[in-house]
Design a binder for this molecule. Sequence first.
Ligand SMILES: [Zn+2]
Length: 153
Amino acid sequence: MKLYPYTISALKKLQKRFLLFIITNQSGISRGEVTAEQVKSVNDFIVLTLRKKRVIINEVYSCPHQTKDNCRCKKPKPYFLKKAAKDFSLNLKDSFIIGDHLSDAECGIRAGATPLYVLTGHGMKHRADVPVGIKICRNLKNAAEHILMVTNA
Ligand SMILES: [Zn+2]
């Protein structure tokens, strides 16, 4: 696990105004490629690494299923966004989801939040399929700057 050089500073700026969460699809668990414990240890490591730099991830919501399991929680289903909203009294209309998959963007839209699509990770691969109207950002730094700009009323 390696962070981009701008990750900590981008998240620090965002957490002054927002609570931060990770919502992750981990279908490798259902497919038997990784165990739930292995995924949890990676997630724990990410959270701890960020915490050491004073970036607080309030919760990690992880779906272990594959699409054929027809669960309620796999993105693009908005279940975890709605759960976070309930657990932490968030207003989803004022919330953002940053992701490198179309399912992240769709999840945000279905939850009433604002999606930002980043071109890092898997982002470049599906860029052409991003629906018109969804903000595309080069990376997390760009996305954070955009969010802070549009919310700095
Ligand atoms: Zn699920």
